[in-house]
Design a protein around this ligand. Sequence first.
Ligand code: AMP
Length: 418
Amino acid sequence: MQTIDKFNFAGKKAIVRVDFNVPLDENGKVTDDTRIRGALPTLKKVLADGGSLIMMSHMGKPKGKVNPKLSLSQIVDPVSKALGVAVKFAPDCANAADVAAALKPGEALLLENLRFYPEEEGKPVGIEKTDPNYDTAKKDMKAKQKEFAKTLASYADCYVNDAFGTAHRKHASTAVIADSFDTENKMLGYLMEKEVKAIDNVLKNAQHPFTAIIGGSKVSSKLGVIKNLLTKVDNLIIGGGMGYTFIKAQGGHIGDSLHEDELMPEALSVMEEAKKLGVNISLSVATVAGNKFADDADKQIVDIYNIPEGWEGMDASEASLKNWKEIILASKTILWNGPVGVFEFPSFAHGTGEIAKYVAEATENGAYSLVGGGDSVAAVNKFGLADKVSYVSTGGGAMLEAIEGKVLPGVAAITGEA
Ligand code: AMP
């Protein structure tokens, strides 16, 4: 497998899939440039070697149609500044051959939002799944997707995928395009390499005890994650909103707490399976309950199995935190996904902040910690602890699918992994 570090881009044109799906304000100004900064090591390597750089990305969900509000032309200036090169812009991804061919070594080009083309995602537009012609439309679109990917590939001599956030999608620019390059001329970018290594560190090379902390709102969105982790971890801490389904399934009274009745049998089978595998599942023992879903709710600490009607569990209590602290500090590998309370409300953010601290402390003591998947990343950032954990993943959905044990098409297209 080719690696970016070994590759010499001198005199070559590189097409790089980046994740420039950055938030913009109403004037089209970038409000958070983390993703642009995240791609810089890869982009700068291409330019420093004397290569020509062709960047491509999606932004938002234009659903196969041109939408000026989601035009990447709005980020040409910030990308130019970050790269230190005046970036050219190609307003039509499918017709950029001339401008790409004219690029000199050290020059950079940004293509328009890939998702202005339905071919990028490869899903037929304007036809319902129930339509009898849907399958034909889908086949047609898949063929067009291949053509679109070939067009993009024709602009360059080599392909780099550095967009971890879309690695779980089999899109033209994230996976299909790789078919047009031989093994020597396609590679993961630096950011993707780091993400893949971080996931391998927990899923393939974990040191034990290995503890996963799974929080957040719904069991349904994390069931795959929990099931895959059961065969790997020593401890599974289940906190946050999803914990109440487990408590109710065991006959607990959870008041008005968040829960999913239809997932109670699954929750019980997870507990059963954990017992068989010798995995210690640690649920909350008491909760900080509120009398409404609001920051200024009245609060009381109640036993997790006896939450009164009219009250809902909204944060982890000191009693639960004490148990979890002990487990986390004794761990050698930690994976954290999802807050253990409604951390967006300052009065219910304490528990999540504590977990962030314990993970940081365990890391300082030598544990490997990976924090990933949406809100837990926001939480470590909120508590200023992002640089005190081993790795913070940039890809929410991609990270979750990887922890579910799924092969990510964007990674597989390069590594050949099945
Ligand atoms: P997820 O996207 O599944 O990781 O869920 C994250 C969300 O879960 C955050 O917005 C939290 O506010 C929410 N959450 C965590 N604990 C609770 C709880 N006890 N009740 C309601 N929502 C919660």
